[in-house]
Design a protein around this ligand. Structure first.
Ligand code: UD1
Ligand code: PEP
Length: 439
């Protein structure tokens, strides 16, 4: 439980390292190599711990360098002795992260079979894995759902295939990449997602020896190869953490230098930040984000797949929008249930109404289906401290930021979830001048 005293603008410097949505996947890719891989910029976050645990159970030797601490967050992953893990051991990781589903292709290539525990991740929608399972079957895998997970086998080498995703899913695109590289023949994927983290995973696989072509129309072609080597790679920086701190600067009327933030991956966020009234300066080492000192501007926003406005940027920005003048409309088109966190903001004094209709322009998959996926935010609202429980990763970050922007004291329970995606969260907050104590 965290006791937060609000009313102090966050100001100072934070550093972001490798992206939560790339690092664990690059670690899984190491399973495909014939030799060891070296991954740099690895943050100390829970999802990295989970994948480290799962890889260890499958015989991958992982060392941190230099021994014991992670000044540069460097991991060496040696897959020389990959073996089947005991289901009872794997079960310990059930419900902890989304990443285990990406073990399917690499384990099928290495061992001909795999057991994947039930997935975790943020509860922001139903999050089915039907695309993943359909894709794996198309490669020739046998897939059976069992109690507590999924059992897969591939008695023969997997074969390249033609697949089309009904929606550009990030995870399913990565599933295809990690499975196709060692499959026999060519794979053509239509309707692929093209997020920067996917491009970085492609860079990792190319370093390993894969042949992957990305066309401009969401088509990715993979020419299967017989063998992949290890890689040496520095993970792209975490654009979601960078944008979270940027929104925190806006919400608390502060100024935050985010070292390591990279402009190319954040073009859409930066446009939105500027339209909202925020100021930013791109420097050699990162991006400095500041509140303008005058009123913020309301806006109309739709989340979308890349290059659209990313869904994981939505929740922290909504907190800033409670401080903007007028009505903002936010249409969430990626997840059907990502506005639950607004209940706590409303209790703090924010004026937010959530609707089932597609507000903001484009009809999406969730319209007329009873999902409360559009929000109207009226501002500026005076926020008051209150007590709440962290619902999910970005919702939790947003609640803490709202508590810091509010007058008075808030008590936040379940703060541990935030460590799934924000490294040294408390230390960073303290360094930015936040007033809080662990109760
Ligand atoms: C660990 C990681 O990288 N997580 C990110 C990844 O999640 P993740 O890869 O799980 O998200 P997806 O892109 O797959 O999901 C997008 C949409 O597709 C739907 N869908 C997905 C797969 C499937 O088999 N069937 C299906 O219907 C989902 O329910 C959702 O509505 O991309 C999301 C979208 O940028 C981000 O919010 C997450 O932070
Ligand atoms: C939704 C998120 O993550 P995950 O897919 O790991 O649940 C997120 O990072 O905001």
């Amino acid at each position: 439980m965290l006791k937060v005293d609000g009313g102090v603008p966050l100001s100072g410097t934070v550093r972001v390292r490798g992206a939560k949505n790339l690092v664990p996947k690059a670690m899984v890719a190491a399973l495909l190599g014939s030799g060891p891989s070296v991954l740099r910029g690895v943050p100390a976050i829970r999802d990295v711990e989970v994948v480290t645990g799962l890889l260890n159970l499958h015989g991958v030797q992982i060392t941190q360098q230099p021994d014991g601490d992670l000044p540069d967050g460097q991991l060496t992953l040696d897959p020389a002795k990959v073996e089947l893990a005991r289901v009872s051991d794997i079960d310990a990781h059930a419900g902890s992260s989304r990443i285990p589903i990406l073990f399917c292709g690499p384990l099928l290539h290495r061992l001909g079979e795999a057991f994947i525990p039930d997935l975790g991740g943020c509860r922001i929608g139903d999050r089915p894995i039907n695309f993943h399972l359909d894709v794996l079957r198309a490669f020739g895998a046998q897939v059976d759902k069992t109690a507590g997970g999924i059992r897969l086998s591939a008695p023969q080498r997997l074969r390249g295939t033609k697949v089309e995703l009904p929606y550009p899913s990030v995870g399913a695109t990565e599933q295809v990449l990690l499975t196709a590289t060692l499959s026999e023949g060519v794979t053509e994927l239509k309707g692929a997602a093209t997020e920067p983290e996917i491009m970085d995973l492609i860079a990792v696989l190319q370093k390993m020896g894969a042949i992957i072509t990305v066309d401009t129309d969401r088509v990715i072609r993979i020419e299967g190869v017989d063998r992949l080597d290890g890689y040496v790679h520095r993970a792209l920086p975490d654009r979601i953490e960078a944008a979270s701190w940027a929104s925190a600067a806006l919400a608390t009327k502060g100024s935050i230098m985010v070292e390591g933030a990279r402009q190319q991956d954040m073009i859409t966020y930066l446009n939105t930040f500027r339209k909202c009234g925020g100021r930013f300066e791109v420097t050699e080492t990162g991006i400095e984000f500041s509140h303008p000192g005058t009123a913020l501007t309301s806006l109309v926003l739709e989340t979308d797949v890349h290059p659209g406005y990313m869904t994981d940027w939505q929740q922290p920005l909504v907190v800033a929008l409670t401080q903007a003048e007028g009505l903002s409309i936010v249409h969430e088109t990626v997840y059907e249930n990502r506005f639950g966190f607004t209940d706590a903001l409303i209790r703090m004094g924010a004026t937010i109404q959530v609707y089932r209709e597609c507000l903001g322009g484009t009809p999406c998959r969730f319209g007329r289906r009873n999902f409360r996926h559009s929000a109207v935010v009226a501002g500026p609202a005076k926020l008051r401290g209150t007590d709440f429980t962290v619902p999910d990763l970005r919702g939790g970050f947003s609640h803490v930021i709202a508590a810091l922007a509010a007058e008075g004291t808030s008590r936040v329970e379940g703060i541990g979830i935030i460590n799934r995606g924000y490294e040294n969260f408390m230390d960073k907050l303290a360094g930015l001048g936040a007033r809080f104590e662990i109760a």
